[in-house]
Design a protein around this ligand. Structure first.
Ligand code: NAD
Length: 438
């Protein structure tokens, strides 16, 4: 099938690459010419495990191409996936300008039937806006052409995006016409050969499903963060509590890890946008408002532990930071807790030396020379007053505690991800503060 993917970011590039891997002829469009030039040279602008091989292989086979040519992108695909960003507007609602610009561009250039697929995370009612935008542009051209608008929200996780796309838990298709459902089913057939995981529903339910999923996951995180903070004052250990509740099949183990708050390009903006959608209908989503407020507080949790131990004034102090990405296996630092922590430490007069396995480039872009960068976890420790663990990268899990102790000015670790066994760390004579641990 001939497919166009509009927006070549984390979602668009993975979507395009994985669709081409199954033999489709895919053209990826982006308005960012720097990104497209990189892709045309065979360079991958983001870090996503497994993506580079797929892009290289399919680009070499001629099934995956990249362009900034708007007209060519519309001419190429019968199916046009919109995977552009939907950042938060000033009032917290999703900013739809990129989605609608993409829709209008399709309408300006189309000459035959198109299936327009909203893959970006968009509020309920967006498909209607996309439909209206296309109708308006076609009317301006004085022509009538057939088209369908489908909602196909994406559930991939950064860091495991290729795997998630290749083996999806479910494929949600929101559509109100059979022709489009048939096209969408045939696109996803190769991704679910052992059993059908497609859920076909009306467009509005599909749009809401994506927000409901992210809101639920964010809720679990904020819930556990608050319980962890409570466990600390009660003298309980949240890790034991986590296992105690996770063993209940109604609850399960996933997303019950306390830490320094959720970040990334999805949860913060999607929780905000869903609250905003409710407010537009004179409703308050009180649970989600609390989820967001609890998360804002949690991002400061590690700094509060630092100031409780070392004093409010951190002038002259130096901190080693392990992890900058908002989660492991990605270089994405959008809304990362590390940014809140770094800014707070700097504003209190401290200096920071950070290491991240893949986000150093992104960190330099965002933080510039406001912090120092180390080329290994241990190198970040030299002369630091304490180590702060901010992202749960696997490579941080079994460190050489003797070396850590020797390199730090004083043996002190603030672990925002509960990576280590408190008793084991203490045996090395290192003071250890984690989240909700005894
Ligand atoms: N990142 C994730 O893990 C994830 C997961 C599921 C859903 N989503 C959703 O998918 C959407 C995209 O997210 P992302 O992380 O891939 O964003 P991103 O910022 O990485 O990529 C978006 C791309 O769209 C391009 N773009 C903007 N306007 C364009 C236009 N008119 N034509 C062509 N290209 C255009 C941008 O230049 C950018 O490269 C968002 O709605 C997001 O909420 C993201």
């Amino acid at each position: 099938m001939k497919i166009t993917v509009i927006g070549s970011g984390y979602v668009g590039l993975v979507t395009g690459a994985c669709l081409s891997e199954h033999g489709n002829d895919v053209l990826c469009l982006d308005v960012d010419s720097r990104k497209i030039e990189m892709l045309q040279r065979g360079e991958i602008p983001i870090h996503e495990p497994g993506l580079e091989e797929i892009v290289r292989r399919n680009a070499a086979a001629g099934r995956l191409r990249f362009t900034t040519d708007l007209a060519a992108s519309v001419a190429h695909g019968t199916v046009q996936f919109i995977a552009v960003g939907t950042p938060p507007d000033e009032d917290g609602s999703a900013d739809l300008q990129y989605v609608l610009a993409a829709a209008r561009n399709i309408a300006r250039h189309m000459t035959d039937y198109k299936v327009v697929v909203d893959k970006s995370t968009v509020p309920v009612g967006t498909a209607d806006k996309v439909k209206a935008a296309i109708a308006e542009e076609l009317a301006a051209r004085g022509i009538a052409l057939p088209y369908s608008v489908v909602s196909n929200p994406e559930f991939l996780k950064e860091g495991a995006a290729v795997e998630d796309f290749m083996k999806p838990d479910r494929i949600v298709i929101g559509a109100d016409d059979e022709r489009a459902v048939h096209v969408m089913r045939s696109i996803y057939l190769p991704f679910q050969r052992n059993h059908d995981r497609t859920l076909v529903m009306d467009v509005r339910s599909a749009e809401l499903t994506k927000y409901a999923a992210n809101a639920m996951l964010a809720t679990r995180i904020s819930f556990m963060n608050e319980l962890a903070n409570l466990a600390e004052v009660l003298g309980a250990d949240i890790e034991l509590v986590r296992r105690g509740i996770g063993s209940d099949p109604r609850i399960g183990y996933s997303f019950l890890y306390p830490g320094v708050g959720y970040g990334g390009s999805c949860f913060p903006k999607d929780v905000k946008a869903l609250c905003r959608t409710a407010q537009e209908h004179d409703m308050d989503l009180r649970v989600l408002q609390a989820v967001e407020a609890a998360n804002d507080v949690q991002k400061m949790r590690l700094v509060h532990k630092v100031t409780a131990r070392l004093g409010e004034n951190l002038a002259g102090r130096r901190f080693a930071l392990w992890g900058l990405a908002f989660k492991p296996r990605t270089d994405d630092m959008r809304e990362a807790p590390s940014l809140v922590i770094v800014n707070e430490l700097l504003s209190r007069g401290a200096t920071v030396c950070a290491f991240d396995p893949v986000a150093m480039h992104e960190a330099r872009r965002i933080l510039g020379d406001r912090i120092d960068y180390a080329d290994s976890p241990l190198a970040a420790l030299a002369g630091a007053d304490a180590l702060l663990v901010v992202t749960e990268w696997k490579e941080f899990q079994c460190p050489d505690f003797e070396r850590i102790k020797a390199l730090l000015k004083q043996p002190l670790i603030f672990d925002g991800r509960n990576l280590f066994d408190p008793l084991a760390v203490k045996e090395y004579g290192i003071e250890y503060e984690a989240i909700g641990r005894r």
